[in-house]
Design a protein around this ligand. Structure first.
Ligand SMILES: [Zn+2]
Length: 198
């Protein structure tokens, strides 16, 4: 468990991201080179974080960073129970708002729109077709909301014979949700956009 999920920023094991639970530890995270991109699995076993030797994750309280002792003690205790109870299975992406963990594009937009009650009460026509953006962007968004983009998955449904693997990551099947939300390439873009926007 944890070979893909990011330790600090992802919601893993059904819990909120570490950084949202311990916002004061943001500085601790950024001090270590590339620590922001450390996966859960890597964090569990790593002996070195950036330039610093870290014996194991339990030594987080000993990291040479002044202050935040209380937060670090709570985090170490939290990790102990979460790591000990974690199941050794392959990581699976799950959509938290859905009981079955299944993501839909419509739900994603409802979430971004601040409406978590579902897509039925979202007026997509009004949201998409307005005069404040380029017509071709409106059209593309309209296709996306309806899952009509020409992904490999949708091309296959139309009888097209060809590859099915995502061209951006060359790992997973290319469907709408993967291409726009789950692909590592897309996740990086969303992350940068979010960082710039907030
Ligand atoms: Zn991909």
């Amino acid at each position: 468990m944890g070979d893909e999920a990011l330790f600090w920023e992802d919601s893993w094991d059904g819990h909120p991201p570490i950084l949202s639970s311990f916002p004061q530890l943001q500085t601790l995270c950024h001090i270590f080179t590339n620590a922001r991109w450390v996966t859960v699995e890597h964090f569990k076993t790593v002996k070195r974080v950036g330039q610093l030797e870290v014996t194991c994750w339990k030594d987080i309280q000993e990291w040479p960073v002044g202050g935040l002792e209380e937060d670090r003690a709570v985090l170490a205790k939290t990790l102990e129970s979460r790591f000990c109870s974690s199941i050794c299975e392959q990581d699976v992406l799950a959509w938290n708002p859905s009981p079955k963990g299944k993501f839909t594009v419509a739900q994603g937009y409802a979430m971004l729109d601040g409406n978590q009650h579902g897509p039925n009460i979202v007026n997509w026509w009004k949201k998409v077709w307005h005069n404040l953006s380029w017509p071709k962007c409106n059209f593309f968004l309209w296709l996306l909301v309806q899952n009509k983009c020409l992904t490999w998955e949708n091309l296959h449904k139309r009888g097209f014979h060809g590859p099915s693997i995502c061209l951006l990551c060359s790992k997973n099947e290319e469907c709408t949700s993967h291409l726009f939300f789950y692909c590592p390439y897309s996740r990086e873009i969303w992350h940068r956009w979010w960082e710039a926007w907030r």
